[in-house]
Design a binder for this molecule. Structure first.
Ligand SMILES: C[S@@+](CC[C@H](N)C(=O)[O-])C[C@H]1O[C@@H](n2cnc3c(N)ncnc32)[C@H](O)[C@@H]1O
Length: 424
């Protein structure tokens, strides 16, 4: 006889959700406070979800800040006939909405709202703010993302929300870097079907390093794929590699070490800058075999180190090797691997006047994650003693690039090319 009770309970829960979302969209903090604090049913009442739209209170606050395109100046002028005055009114109204929205967003974060939940459209609240041109609210979302990611990066072994699916055989302990962002991210289908799965983060590489290093590879003209059709490296990145090589090696005769050979694009470009010595660290046996087939071991100044940088670099440091330039572009590694790389290894290998760079692909499958990760990495670089200069590069249209590639790992318009140096 428990059926009807369960139904009534469900209706109560739905009403609670709708009331919270309504108060959020009305920017009504007192009502929200009352509803959130008195709520006994939802696990996180500040982060309830509309079952149809997938909107959380943060989505609702932001959507309600959209200027109404239907409203013409006359309609909004409240009797002021002059067009300029009515436009000013409209502008004031929009900025009042954003002011109110900002306070509600801050309140919701204090109450435990999550910055990166996806709605049914595959958008986080920040994506929505960006699409609606609400830059101030977008920045609030980015800052919340930075705080959350910084915290997670420091909690080794912490299991992030939405982590219970698509687990690879070996969980990693931080955020992935480069071309392996979390599969949960944007565009579409599978992720928006599962509420637990509806967050976008850069927490986990979607393929583990050990799986990748045992995987068979396919070498094609314009791409290198692993056995799961993940794009390890793609030719469209050549321009990025060229700009990186030129920025790191402005003059001939410099000593350089490159971590991750891949398709050899950057190593070719390094060669054309006439380095004094050119060390390459490569962990995948099939890539190493391909390098040997192509005669890399016989090129001028080239020294190949077979193995993972984690094993190779400490030995070079012990042997007292130093370099004018270092480049890092690996695959299926976590953000904490990368952080270890620059805070433990680069410090031991880079000349005092040297420069180093990395493939900046963290969070590149959506703009907000890319912006969050730029700030996260900047802070971590600072903590490790590095300054970073960013140069924006236009990314070509990649629409036709992804056929046969498991996951579109790049979706942002501009690549931010980093060049790092020791702080003065
Ligand atoms: C994205 S590709 C590098 C592409 C390269 N920048 C180019 O221009 O072609 C990544 C490479 O890093 C290698 N790799 C992955 N993990 C590594 C590790 N821990 N140590 C050294 N190499 C690694 C992969 O086998 C792969 O060849």
């Amino acid at each position: 006889m428990s059926g009807p009770d369960i139904q009534i309970e469900q209706i109560d829960v739905d009403i609670d959700v709708q009331e919270i979302l309504l108060a959020a969209s009305q920017h009504n903090i007192p009502r929200l406070r009352e509803l959130i604090r008195s709520n006994q049913t939802a696990e996180n009442p500040a982060n309830v979800k509309d079952p149809e739209t997938g909107y959380t209170p943060l989505h609702a606050v932001i959507a309600a800040c959209e200027a109404d395109p239907e409203e013409q100046p006359e309609q909004k002028s409240n009797g002021i006939a002059n067009g300029v005055s009515s436009e000013t009114n409209q502008g004031d109204e929009a900025s009042n909405l954003v002011d109110a929205g900002r306070e509600v967003v801050k309140f919701l974060f204090q109450e435990g709202a999550i910055w990166n939940d996806l709605d049914e459209n595959g958008e986080t609240p920040g994506c929505l703010a960006r699409r609606l041109g609400l830059s101030e609210l977008y920045e609030l979302m980015v800052d919340a993302g930075v705080r959350a990611e910084m915290l997670l990066n420091r909690l080794d072994g912490y299991e992030p929300i939405g982590d219970d699916e698509e687990e690879e055989e070996e969980p990693t302990d931080g955020n992935e870097v480069a071309k392996t962002q979390d599969e949960e991210a944007p565009t579409g289908s599978q992720e928006s079907n599962d509420s637990q799965q509806n967050t976008t983060t850069t927490e986990e590489p979607h393929v583990s390093s050990s799986r990748y290093l045992q995987s068979n590879l396919t070498f094609q003209q314009d791409r290198l794929l692993d056995q799961d059709q993940n794009g390890v490296m793609m030719a469209w990145e050549a321009d990025i590699m060229e700009k990186s090589a030129k920025a790191l090696l402005p003059t001939p005769g410099l000593h350089v070490i490159n971590i991750g050979h891949g398709m050899g694009i950057i190593d070719d470009l390094i060669q054309s800058q006439n380095p004094g010595s050119h060390h390459i660290v490569e962990a995948h046996p099939e890539v190493v075999a391909d390098m040997k087939r192509k005669g890399w071991h016989e090129k001028p100044g080239v020294v190949i180190h077979e193995g993972r940088w984690q094993d190779v670099l400490p030995k070079l440091i012990e042997a007292g090797e130093t370099f004018n330039a270092i480049y890092y572009d690996t695959f299926a590694e976590s953000y904490s691997d990368f952080r270890e790389f620059f805070s433990e290894q680069v410090i031991g290998l880079l000349d005092p006047d040297g420069k180093w760079g990395f493939f900046n692909g963290m969070g590149a499958d959506r703009q907000i994650s890319y912006d969050v990760y730029q700030k996260v990495v900047e802070m971590d670089l600072l903590e490790a003693g590095f300054d970073v200069d960013w140069e924006d590069l236009k990314v070509p249209d990649l629409e036709d690039e992804w056929d046969g590639v498991r996951r579109k790992y790049w979706a942002v318009d501009k690549y931010r090319l980093p060049i790092c140096r020791y702080m003065d």
